[in-house]
Design a protein around this ligand. Structure first.
Ligand code: BES
Ligand code: MN
Ligand code: ZN
Length: 485
């Protein structure tokens, strides 16, 4: 069992409860009758309860017990069919977020009924802690009565600590993505990361406009041209002091707001384009959490950051610019800006760090949302091993990826008459042609993967009325770094 004293967020592994509490019992539908029979027997409760609880996902039933026991209430928590472990995180998050008054602050979670022979206990415990802590995220940052949320205390148990660190990081990523662009521009993003590096012990280097120009990053300069706010090119580096196994490079799209530029977007829903730096936020989260968990890796994070704005100096459609790699781009559509700044980010990563594995994350195309909806990120890579690893970890942590092809036949859609490549591939397979574009700037890296997170980074969810951040990518990347290096 696991106790969670909700308000001060203190977790403990226990055999037996020693104080009054609410007992939460997660249950799968398959073994419901047997398990529930045992539980009801133990508390002397009538079996008629079975009529009102079927164990479906997020189904809850609160039972009030008689005074003799320390268990004042029992919450039966349905997990649905036993197929995936990650539902536990979400059901616990929803329960605590929506019913915290009823559940109270002293909670005991009984995990005994969901343990299977093949259960990864560490992951299970981490899921519980993670879900419970995420439940306390407060999106109402700008409301007058907003009270600060307390951060958790550390406890010496590996899974608990990991769950806490991840939740803490995910909440910071929520903030980055949810913050409107007038509160988070490229300079402020750089400041956030500089601060984070000081707090969490990793190196940060910020390249400013002059250096970006001097280095020949024509992609980032081109997209930034229509803005009154200068761009930043942010480099984070964490190097473990213990036995390093792998060097991993992460590149995140840091468009703090995407108006579309001269190829302007329609106004309806345009506010959502404050989320266009979610790839960058995921990279920051991954570096932060990796540094806090002291994973045995060498991790580099790179973020080209700018907004995509329109003033008298904004880049014209048809402009041709030279990038850091030396390749030229014809900017046929100024709204396909993400790939243009990532071109500089990827090329810089490859040339200066030569990572063993290179992964980029970007809210890159609406076409990816059309293809996969809100359920999975698009995964693009030529490396089958990397694809399989990311797929299986995505399933484990509940941040799914689904692979789409990178066949050479798609390349003709981005051929330019005048330049090495153009940034628009037409409507068919829009997320694939975007990935083919990025591929050109990876210098044939043998273990590069691109994740198009446009559909999964900022979505409808039960914790806010409008769409909000999911911190997609943080758990996927941290788990990848924990398991595969
Ligand atoms: N930031 C958008 C993609 C996006 C769409 C992110 C929906 C999140 C949700 C990207 O910069 C963009 O505008 N892409 C264009 C590309 C097109 C012009 C080739 C798109 O998807 O329409
Ligand atoms: Mn765009
Ligand atoms: Zn964009």
């Amino acid at each position: 069992s696991l106790t969670n004293k909700y308000f001060d967020m203190d977790f403990q592994i226990i055999e037996k409860a020693t104080q009054k509490h609410t007992l939460i019992i997660p249950l799968y539908t398959q073994e419901l009758e047997n398990n529930l029979g045992t539980i009801l027997n133990q508390f002397g409760l009538p079996s008629s309860i079975l009529q009102d609880f079927k164990g479906g996902i997020d189904e809850t039933l609160i039972i009030y017990t008689s005074a003799q026991t320390l268990t004042e209430k029992i919450v039966l928590l349905g997990l649905g069919e036993h197929t995936k472990q990650d539902v536990l995180k979400n059901t616990i998050r929803l329960l605590i977020n929506k019913q915290k008054e009823k559940v109270g602050q002293d909670i005991v979670l009984d995990l005994n009924y969901i343990l299977k022979k093949d259960t990864k206990v560490g992951l299970l415990v981490e899921m519980c802690v993670n879900g419970a802590l995420l439940a306390t995220y407060n999106i109402a940052k700008f409301k007058k009565e907003d009270k600060p949320v307390q951060f958790p205390q550390t406890i010496a148990q590996v899974a608990i600590r990991k769950g806490e660190i991840l939740a803490n990081t995910q909440k910071r990523v929520f903030d980055l993505v949810n913050l409107p662009a007038n509160h988070l521009n490229a300079l402020q993003l750089a400041e956030f990361i500089t601060e984070s590096g000081k707090i969490h012990n990793f190196n940060v280097k910020i390249l400013h406009l002059d250096e970006i120009k001097a280095l020949g990053m024509g992609g980032l300069i081109a997209i930034n041209q229509g803005s009154d706010i200068p761009p930043t090119f942010i480099i984070m580096e964490y190097k473990s002091e213990s036995q390093i196994t792998k060097k991993v490079g992460l590149v995140g799209k840091g468009v703090t707001f995407d108006t579309g530029g001269i190829s302007i977007k329609p106004s309806e829903g345009m506010w959502q384009m404050k989320c266009d730096m979610a790839g960058a936020a995921a990279v920051i989260g991954a570096v932060e959490a990796t540094a806090r968990l002291q994973l045995p890796v060498h991790l580099i994070g790179i973020i080209p950051a700018t907004d995509n704005m329109i003033n008298g100096k904004a880049i014209y459609p048809g402009s041709i610019v030279k990038t850091y790699s030396g390749l030229t781009i014809e900017i046929e559509d100024t709204d396909a800006e993400g790939r243009v700044i990532l071109a500089d980010g990827l090329a810089y990563m490859k040339k200066n760090f030569e990572p063993d594995v290179m992964i980029d994350l970007a809210t890159l195309t609406g076409a990816c949302v059309i293809a996969l909806g809100y359920q999975a990120a698009g995964l693009f890579t030529n490396n089958d091993n990397l694809a399989n690893q990311l797929f299986s970890i995505g399933e484990q942590v509940g941040e799914r990826v689904w692979r789409l092809p990178l066949w050479d036949e798609y390349e003709k859609q981005i051929k330019s008459d005048m330049a090495d490549v153009k940034n628009l591939g037409g409507r068919p397979a829009g997320s694939i042609t975007a990935a083919k574009f990025l591929e050109k700037f990876t210098d044939k890296h043998p273990a590069w993967a691109h994740l198009d997170i446009a559909g999964v980074a900022f979505t409808d969810n039960p914790y806010s009325t409008a769409r909000s951040a999911t911190a997609y990518g943080v758990r996927l990347l941290v788990e990848y770094l924990s398991q595969n290096v």
